[in-house]
Design a protein around this ligand. Structure first.
Ligand SMILES: Nc1nc2c(ncn2[C@@H]2O[C@H](COP(=O)(O)OP(=O)(O)OP(=O)(O)O)[C@@H](O)[C@H]2O)c(=O)[nH]1
Ligand SMILES: [Mg+2]
Length: 184
């Protein structure tokens, strides 16, 4: 039976890690964004920030549709996370390696989205550069927290990079489904 599915994915990470950029880079339909003037310039110098959510869609070759929901990065909008997380099967955590402590950043999002990650899957996308924190360091730190998640080096401005992340996440979701239901 050819059952086309719709799979909800959350894209999260610190302010400026590139959630809005990533969704715009891959979405088949024009992305929906809720950008407003950034009044928190101390936290990040960019001109705008997401205040509710980002939304985009990617149609996979097999007909499944990924629905992508980007979270706002500012802490005062954290109430949106629970709303956006409902029914999600996967989480993409974007880590900005230009920040002082990317391992701690990653840890916060793994903890905050633990329920979604345990019910589904997660991948980490690491962008920009850090003098000592590599993708291997991030993968080890995640494993120590009990999350066996793959870590990829990405430039969220590149469609191929974001698609790679989504494909890795999607294949994990598929594998989990096979394990849960038995091979048909
Ligand atoms: N130079 C450079 N710029 C990057 C890189 N990755 C992302 N960017 C830029 O960083 C910015 C990220 O901004 P957004 O996509 O708004 O980030 P966000 O995570 O949605 O931020 P909030 O919604 O405020 O939490 C964009 O201007 C990207 O073009 C990179 O590797 N190098
Ligand atoms: Mg944003």
């Amino acid at each position: 039976v050819n059952t086309r599915r719709e799979i909800k994915i959350i894209i999260t990470g610190t302010m400026g890690s590139g959630k809005t950029t990533a969704i715009a880079a891959v979405s088949d339909a024009p992305p929906v964004s809720t950008e407003a003037t950034n009044t928190d310039l101390a936290r990040h110098t960019k001109a705008t920030t997401t205040v509710a959510m980002d939304y985009g869609e990617v149609l996979l070759a097999d007909g499944d549709r990924l629905r992508l929901y980007g979270t706002p990065g500012q802490g005062r909008f954290n109430f949106m996370w629970e709303i956006l997380g409902k029914g999600a099967l996967g989480v993409v955590i974007l880590v900005d390696l230009s920040r002082p402590d990317p391992v701690a950043d990653m840890g916060e999002y793994l903890t905050d989205f633990a329920n979604v990650i345990r019910a589904g899957s997660a991948v980490i996308g690491a962008g920009r550069e850090h003098p000592s924190v590599t993708t291997t360091v991030l993968a080890k730190a995640a494993a120590q927290m009990g999350f066996a998640v793959p870590v990829f080096s990405v430039d969220v401005r590149r469609r191929e990079d974001v698609l790679l992340l989504l494909e890795a996440l999607f294949s994990q979701i598929e594998m989990a489904a096979v394990t849960d239901e038995g091979i048909e």
